[in-house]
Design a protein around this ligand. Structure first.
Ligand code: HEC
Length: 194
């Protein structure tokens, strides 16, 4: 009798483990699928890594500046006229505009780029290889001048290839926004415009 009960309990426990394992497997499926979708993974990385903070223009809300998602990731707004940046003084070396889309410091003046896939003003003409190279080397378009602060390219460079590709896939999926970001002013070099 005892043996029978034990055998029965073993069978029940075994069956529940099997059901648990099976249902875990089932409930894991959508999570795995979401993880593998590069666009969704890229959206997640862009929002958690703070890309919007600098690359999305802001609008003033009741509690201060808010992301203007109608212009998501389109960079420093073209045509916004700024006075010259204040000179760095003492320990205060870097300055940003209220919307964080223009920065000045010992490196000069930099403007977060248009990350939407607009052909002429954004990442439209960038291949995946160009994007990966820029983020891995910290060189503009992966080949020329150094990418200026405060672009945290080192953080992006610490992602694995699959994640960098996901960033690219998500940015390519955005609606293209025509917005020409000014050329940076590089300290020690004459300004291109003005
Ligand atoms: C703290 C502000 C800041 C944050 C956060 C930020 N960026 Fe930038 N980003 C910039 C600035 C400023 C530039 C322009 C730098 C220049 O002109 O050299 C830039 C330029 C770029 C460029 C163009 C690089 C090139 O080759 O010229 C890409 C691509 C880019 N950012 C992607 C991203 C992504 C993806 C994220 C989020 C993981 C991100 N940025 C987060 C400030 C930022």
């Amino acid at each position: 009798m005892r043996t029978t009960i034990t055998q029965a309990s073993v069978a029940v426990v075994g069956a529940s483990l099997f059901v648990a394992y099976f249902s875990l497997g089932l409930s894991n499926q959508p999570v795995k699928a979401a993880r593998l979708d590069p666009v969704e993974r890229g959206r997640y990385l862009v929002s958690t890594m703070g890309c919007h903070d600098c690359h999305t223009p802001k609008k003033m809300g009741p509690h201060g500046p808010e992301l203007d998602l109608s212009r998501a990731l389109s960079g420093h707004p073209e045509g916004s006229v700024l006075p010259p940046a204040p000179k760095p003084q003492g320990p205060w070396v870097a300055t940003a505009t209220w919307d964080l889309t223009a920065w000045s410091g010992p490196w000069g003046v930099s403007y977060p780029f248009n990350l939407t896939p607009d052909e002429n003003t954004g990442l439209g003409s960038w291949s995946e290889e160009t994007f990966i190279k820029a983020m891995r080397t910290g060189r503009h378009m992966g080949a020329s001048r150094p990418i200026l602060p405060p672009m945290p390219w080192e953080s992006v460079a610490s992602l694995n290839d699959e994640d960098i590709r996901s960033l690219y896939a998500y940015l390519r999926s955005l609606p293209p926004i025509h917005n020409r970001v000014p050329e940076p002013i590089i300290a020690g070099e004459p300004a291109a415009v003005d």
